[in-house]
Design a protein around this ligand. Structure first.
Ligand SMILES: [Zn+2]
Length: 441
């Protein structure tokens, strides 16, 4: 394959894709889907587009395999989050290239990965690579706002789009380099934490603000929340999380990784625990978390309301049981006038094994892309569409052959999001070679 030409073509495709504004809300993913369909059709690849609601489009295309092995779904979300132009130095939808970087909302999260999928499909089709695994290109709507009009819609209404597939690959595994590590750390996402929204409601009689008493509804709520936040939810170190930190310990200079080889034991030590939890992400990887996010009381400052409530954004790790968590919160709150309810049907966390054929091929690819890199399985503390596809019976992974510094990762959902041209050129080659290796005959 002519990698140099493919690299330049991929840059141009991404530049054009980034210029399509698919900010969610409203999404308007149909504009992105039309672009993808047109690019695919120029190479004779048919695609199908569905709309879950007007403008909320998802698209699917495929390169057929010989049916001997299960297919691979390459999925990305067309939508992006809001970009506040006041804080950008370039137009977030202008397709600017400067200093070796391509700028735009979605440059990392995740139009870039989508375009690698697209370019790899084109390259494999042009080279007439015989496939033992079908390759499915899937672009979804609405991932940034809960997936109802995208992955969830496909899972419930167009399950046939996933027929015969064994694997799903999407975003957010990356090769991270930062000054604190002696070599790059390459993560492959195998699971995501999922939300268990809780509503805590306190009740009492209403009254006048001039004559308060100790057990008003807001007072009860404040005390209940204080007890919840002060309670120590036990840590739970999943084997995969332990492996992540064992690998990371090898990359930390001096004694910085001390204790990482047996986290369950080390976290019993107060000083170690305090240091470990300073990193919010690490803390969230070993614990069910409770974030108080919305509070509601009276409509007027001089009226004591009969009801006060809080929304808790609770996030579960694989193996967590929603009823057990709700029961634990009720015990900790310990007030019969305070009700704890699960607000929405919970998404039960799921996890894919880090030892499948695809996982191994992705790990090899990452080591080739960044020589010396250590590959580790990772549990993402945020949500992706992979959860939906795992629930449909596929092994779902987050993988990307991009080498990124910490500072670049901060630009995700932030300002001046960008990707280096080198990452696009080398990334499309790495991705295509990986697919040929795993799916080719
Ligand atoms: Zn994303």
């Amino acid at each position: 394959m002519n990698w140099a030409a493919l690299g330049e073509e991929t840059i141009e495709l991404l530049r054009r894709y980034l210029m399509i504004d698919t900010t969610n809300p409203p999404g308007n993913e149909i504009a992105g889907a039309r672009f993808l369909a047109e690019v695919l059709s120029r190479d004779g690849i048919e695609s199908e587009t569905i709309e879950a609601a007007p403008g909320r489009a998802s698209l699917r295309a495929r390169l057929a395999g010989d049916g001997s092995l299960g297919g691979i779904v390459l999925h990305h979300h067309i939508d992006v989050v809001y970009a506040d132009r006041r804080y950008w130095t370039v137009d977030p939808f202008g397709g600017a290239i400067a200093g070796g970087y391509l700028y735009g909302r979605g440059a990392i999260d995740m139009k870039s990965t989508g375009i690698l999928h697209l370019a790899a499909m084109l390259a494999i089709k042009r080279a007439r690579v015989p496939l033992k695994r079908e390759l499915v290109f899937l672009a979804t709507a609405d991932e940034e706002a809960g997936s109802e009009f995208g992955a969830e819609f496909i899972a419930t209404r167009r399950r046939d789009w996933l027929a015969g597939a064994e694997y799903a690959i999407s975003e957010l595994g990356v090769i991270q380099t930062h000054s604190g590590l002696t070599a790059p750390l390459a993560a492959i996402v195998i699971s995501e934490k999922t939300g268990l929204p809780l509503t805590v409601t306190a009740r009492s009689e209403p009254g006048h603000g001039s004559m308060p008493w100790p057990d008003t509804a807001p007072n009860r709520l404040v005390r209940a929340l204080t007890r919840l936040l002060d309670a120590e939810r036990p840590v739970r170190v999943l084997p995969e999380v332990q492996e992540f930190f064992t690998r990371m310990a090898d990359l930390l200079p001096g004694t910085q990784g001390a204790g990482y080889d047996d986290l369950a034991r080390s976290l019993q030590d107060g000083a170690f625990r305090a240091r470990f939890f300073e990193n919010r992400q690490y803390g969230a990887m070993v614990q069910t978390t409770f974030a108080v996010t919305m509070l509601r009381g009276s409509e007027k400052s001089n009226v004591i309301p009969p009801e006060a409530s809080a929304q808790i954004d609770c996030r579960m790790l694989a193996g967590d049981d929603p009823e057990e968590i709700a029961g634990w919160v009720r015990r900790v709150v310990a007030d019969p006038n305070v009700q704890v309810e699960i607000a929405r049907e919970p998404k039960i966390p799921n996890l894919s094994p880090p030892d499948t054929e695809l996982y191994k091929a992705m790990a090899d690819t990452l080591r080739r892309r960044a020589p010396g890199a250590v590959v580790a399985p990772m549990i993402l503390v945020a949500f992706t569409d992979n959860w939906v596809f795992r629930r449909c019976g596929l092994h779902g992974y987050g993988f990307s052959p991009f080498v990124l510094e910490d500072a670049e990762l901060q630009r995700i959902h932030g300002n001046d999001e960008r990707i280096s041209l080198e990452n696009i050129r080398e990334g499309v080659r790495a991705y295509t070679e990986m697919l040929v290796e795993v799916a080719g005959n």
